[in-house]
Design a protein around this ligand. Structure first.
Ligand code: DGL
Length: 268
């Protein structure tokens, strides 16, 4: 393994570009290979077996591209496909999901004891956040809520407007999300509505953005392994399993730099 090899990142579609963006900003010398499995989008309401199979297939593709690390940018795939990917690669490649970095962060933030989690149905049903947060060695209360309207809403460009405000308020005002110290934005798309969520809570609680936390975590892990790149010519490559112009157009929302999506159907 050497430091100039790319970091592989995957998601169900283009939402994981929020994670790619956070990594690119923090580690601009890293080459990135992004795979958006748009042919199977959305992952949020698929079965655990399907997500596991898709995660394994995409991981194989990223291994074939000689990646030094695989980042599962999708929360749903992090919940339901991480173990499969870990089993596939063993200790040969660093595999990072977007959940463990957040759990580690909360473990170190002793003032956070009541945690809310918003995510897709798949992530919430997997109970992965409940299970991992309750393993922390202090009393933590966890309240999870599936918020399935948020990802398609954001994908359609509905944020920072009255419609998004109404939908966000309707979810966040649910009784179970009252009395929390922090909320985890446990979906690739939610960093884009972070300002609206922050406005709702009026700075009274902490808002935990998985994309940023994961980028910091990767930096630490690559440094520990002496795999941080200092390349002057890093390459950014973006692949999708199915191509539509609407996906291409939406990439602008998720990634500040101009992204050219290349079609690479690994499922044939
Ligand atoms: N990427 C998914 C996640 O973070 C959201 C979109 C989908 O359902 O595929 O859970």
């Amino acid at each position: 393994m050497n430091s100039t090899q790319p970091i592989g990142i995957f998601d169900s579609g283009i939402g994981g570009l929020t994670v790619a963006n956070a990594i690119h900003k923090l580690l601009p010398s890293e080459s990135l290979i992004y795979y958006g499995d748009t042919a199977h989008f959305p992952y949020g309401d698929k079965s655990p077996e399907a997500i596991s199979k898709y995660s394994e297939g995409v991981a194989k593709f990223l291994i074939s591209k000689n990646c030094k690390a695989i980042v599962i940018a999708c929360n749903t795939a992090s919940s339901l496909g991480f173990e499969t990917v870990k089993k596939l690669v063993g200790d040969s490649i660093l595999v990072i999901n977007v959940i463990d970095p957040v759990i580690e962060l909360i473990e170190n933030l002793n003032h956070i004891n009541r945690v809310g989690v918003i995510a897709t149905k798949g992530t919430i049903k997997s109970k992965v956040y409940d299970t991992k947060l309750l393993k922390i060695d202090r009393e933590i209360q966890v309240q999870t809520l599936a918020t399935p309207l948020l990802a398609p809403m954001i994908e359609e460009g509905f944020f920072n407007n009255n419609i998004s405000k109404t939908i966000i308020h309707s979810y966040l005002s649910r009784p179970k999300l009252k009395k929390i110290d922090a909320i985890i934005l446990a979906c690739t798309h939610y960093p884009l509505i972070k300002p609206e969520i922050a406005a709702y809570y009026k700075a009274k609680i902490e808002i935990i953005d998985n994309a940023l936390v994961t980028a910091e975590y990767i930096k630490i892990k690559l440094k520990e392994l002496d795999l941080l790149s200092d390349s002057k010519n890093p390459k950014l490559q973006f692949y999708v399993s199915d191509f539509t112009t609407s996906f291409q157009n939406s990439t602008k929302v998720f990634f500040e730099d101009k992204v050219h999506l290349e079609l690479k159907n690994i499922w044939k």
